[in-house]
Design a protein around this ligand. Structure first.
Ligand SMILES: NC(=O)c1ccc[n+]([C@@H]2O[C@H](COP(=O)([O-])OP(=O)(O)OC[C@H]3O[C@@H](n4cnc5c(N)ncnc54)[C@H](O)[C@@H]3O)[C@@H](O)[C@H]2O)c1
Length: 281
């Protein structure tokens, strides 16, 4: 990959841009304003500074990666990129608008990838002129560290596009898994099956969130507790995903009443300093 475009310079977009820049690609990082795309680049600089302090990267290498990221608020240069990864807000209308703009400026053979967590890939692909070159590339947070990318073809995605996308994921040092376009893809289905049972265990009074987190870390080797993870992701976001899975798969993913009560009380996690755990001190 010589040059890629990344749309949306928020949490995911900035880290996706960094993943490409670290492997030699020039990244056009576009947000709705120069302030926002520059803030995305600053996030990248902050991550690299921490890595340098920890001795995980040489300063020459990190400076080169920073230089490769070009913050912008328009599509200049997008006519030269072979791949665009869209990581704008999780809103179908915003994403459709972005892809219709990209369709006008991009090369015919440019691959369009979306990092959506919940919008059907086929539905987004159908709103472009290139459903055969449209695909889901679902990164995990923090994307500069997590090695998995779910590669999700839509109904009309060509085998050529799928193969190229799997290769690109490997080129940036990550591992692709190919998944059919169904709600939750692969990891969120597994994760929410796990979450659901944990919520039931708490509801039944069998164990506390503290002890469940201790158990999954010590007994299953998870690096982060699952209630701690929910606090980081936001319980409101967890409930939204739960509802999407319930809609697609029915009873087995029915949102937990306990989770609903926590969200109703606005105990939605670290961002409000209160979720399963207290972060006020
Ligand atoms: N947060 C996660 O853990 C996670 C994991 C996997 C996938 N995702 C998906 O990644 C996408 C981005 O999530 P995020 O957490 O980075 O959100 P975020 O809110 O941090 O960033 C979204 C960015 O998109 C920008 N944006 C909005 N409209 C735009 C437009 N028209 N053109 C360009 N930029 C625009 C916003 O200004 C913002 O900077 C979403 O689709 C989300 O579902 C998120």
């Amino acid at each position: 990959m010589n040059k890629v475009g990344v749309i949306g310079a928020g949490m995911m977009g900035a880290e996706i841009a960094l993943s490409f820049a670290l492997h030699g690609a020039v990244v056009l990082l576009k947000d709705i304003s120069l302030d926002l795309s520059t803030a995305g680049k600053s996030r990248i600089e902050g991550i690299l500074a921490t890595w340098e302090e920890k001795g995980k990267i040489e300063s020459v290498e990190s400076s080169k990666a920073i230089e490769r990221v070009i913050p912008q608020d328009d599509y200049s240069g997008f006519d030269k990129v072979d791949l665009v990864v869209e990581a704008a807000l999780e809103d179908i209308e915003i994403k459709r608008q972005v892809f219709s703009e990209l369709d006008k400026v991009s090369k015919k053979d440019c691959i369009f990838a979306t990092n959506t967590s919940s919008i059907p890939i086929t539905q987004l692909a159908a709103s472009t002129s290139r459903p055969d070159r449209f695909i889901g590339m679902h990164f995990f947070s923090p994307a500069s560290i997590m090695k998995l990318v779910e590669v999700i073809p839509g109904v009309d995605t060509s085998e050529d596009t799928i193969g190229k996308t799997m290769d690109i994921v490997r080129e940036i040092g990550k591992g692709p898994v190919r998944v059919v376009d169904r709600a939750g893809f692969l990891v969120n289905r597994l994760l929410f099956a796990f979450f659901n049972e944990a919520w039931r265990i708490v509801n039944e009074g069998v164990a506390t969130p503290e002890d469940i987190d201790k158990a999954v870390k010590l007994g299953l080797g998870h690096p982060v507790g699952i209630f701690q993870m929910q606090d980081l992701v936001g319980l409101d976001n967890a409930l939204a995903v739960s509802n999407i899975l319930y809609e697609e798969y029915g009873e087995r993913f029915k949102p937990s009443p306990l989770l609903k009560r926590k969200v109703a009380a606005n105990h939605i996690g670290k961002k409000v300093k209160k979720g399963w755990f207290d972060y006020s001190k």
